[in-house]
Design a protein around this ligand. Structure first.
Ligand code: SAH
Length: 371
């Protein structure tokens, strides 16, 4: 992708109108093109049949329209589906479809890999390979909506796939604007949940966004001592600072901030931790989503027993918090949280070569997520 050949999938509508205007093409064409790309799923301007042949030729010459390529699609016994997508540079990412939770949900990636290195997350072990472009983020939604015949059906999006969305702020927000466009999928922001480990400056920026998604914070521990061991970024932005930012965060009526809490046996699952968590969240309009660890090879933690999980949830509920325990979905196809595969056989020949030569890190071939 170069500036001389902009990618249509990467442009929000005002930007598309501007590049069309440079070529003397009227702005209503951008609306038509958005309808073709997002509502009808064309992946080539040649298919935009209500544009004149001449205009389609101009567009085909001057613009790219890159769409992630669907490599494999696996279906779990519980209906969850995992999509392995290949990007233009042959890096691979995963997106997950989770049906009926109670809505239909797409779990979308924002980066290849992740720089946050949370101790229990395999994506973190890969490091950051690269940011996704807005076109690649919105492109996952285009592909899934098409493959699942859901372009004109309601669905939710959770930015809980691979990557830290606030570490790729501009592209993530542009993707949300593209998806929100009334001439495209018209996805309302209340149907989007952005999950973050708590990059404070970006969180403050998010608080100013006109297009505000729901917010989920990956908290995982009520104290800096424990959280610092699990989430390296906590050394920079501690628990107190994050909670204070959440207390200030503007929330629409009846909205709450979700606090995700991965339960790790013997680490953060004690009654004392539950009580501290309840106290910590007393000033925030919150709900707590407990995520029993999805164990994976190379992850030095265990999932607590069910009675420990129940006890933890009960203590929070008794103190007036809204609590849910996240049900693991798609574990049989390794689509659940933290179940990414780092499988050398899944590397492309180029990636294997790069790694053998000590070059760039590998693309991650499998990932994560659940309802
Ligand atoms: N970077 C974002 C999105 C991460 S994925 C964030 O940190 O919020 C969404 C959730 O899955 C996060 O709360 C993350 O901590 C959690 N997660 C990661 N690995 C997990 C595992 N092995 N078991 C259970 N949950 C996990």
């Amino acid at each position: 992708m170069t500036t001389s050949c902009p990618d249509l999938g990467n442009l929000d509508r005002p930007a598309l109108e501007a590049v069309l205007a440079e070529r003397g093409i009227p702005r209503f064409r951008a609306r038509q093109m958005f309808r073709w790309i997002y509502r009808r799923g064309v992946i080539d301007v040649a298919g935009m049949t209500d544009l004149s042949r001449e205009l389609r030729e101009t567009l085909g010459r001057d613009f790219a329209l890159t769409t992630p390529e669907l490599v494999t699609r696996e279906r779990s016994v519980d209906g969850t589906e995992k999509f392995l997508l290949r990007l233009a540079d042959r890096r691979e990412i995963e997106s997950v479809f989770i049906p009926d939770t109670p809505a239909m949900t797409f779990c979308i990636s924002t980066q290849v890999g992740c720089a946050m290195a949370c101790a229990f997350c395999l994506t973190g072990k890969m490091g950051l390979v690269r940011n996704l472009t807005a076109g690649e983020i919105a492109g996952q939604v285009r592909v899934l909506a098409g493959a699942l015949s859901m372009r004109d059906k309601p669905f939710n999006i959770v930015l809980m796939g691979m990557g830290e969305p606030l570490h790729n702020y501009d592209e993530t927000m542009r993707a949300l604007r593209i998806l929100n466009d009334e001439h495209g999928l018209a996805l309302p922001p209340r149907r989007v949940t952005l999950s973050t480990v708590g990059l404070l400056p970006a969180l403050e920026r998010l608080a100013q966004e006109p297009l505000m998604p729901n917010l989920a914070i990956s908290l995982h521990a009520p104290t800096d001592a424990v959280r610092g061991e699990l989430v390296p970024l906590n050394k920079k932005y501690g628990v107190r600072e994050i909670i204070e930012a959440c207390e200030r965060f503007p929330l629409a009526r009846r909205r709450r901030i979700t606090f995700e809490y991965v339960l790790l046996a013997g680490v953060n699952d004690s009654p004392d931790a539950a009580r501290r968590l309840a106290t910590l969240l007393s000033g925030v309009k919150s709900k707590v989503n407990l995520i029993p660890l999805n164990a994976a090879p190379g992850i030095p933690f265990e999932r607590p027993d069910d009675d420990v999980i129940d006890r933890f949830a009960r203590i929070l509920a008794e103190r007036g918090l809204l609590v849910s325990v996240r049900k693991s979905r798609g574990r049989d196809i390794r689509a659940a949280c933290g179940q990414l595969i780092v499988d050398s056989q899944k590397r492309s020949p180029g990636q294997a070569l790069a790694s053998a030569l000590g070059g760039e890190p590998l693309a991650i071939t499998s990932r994560n997520v659940e309802a």
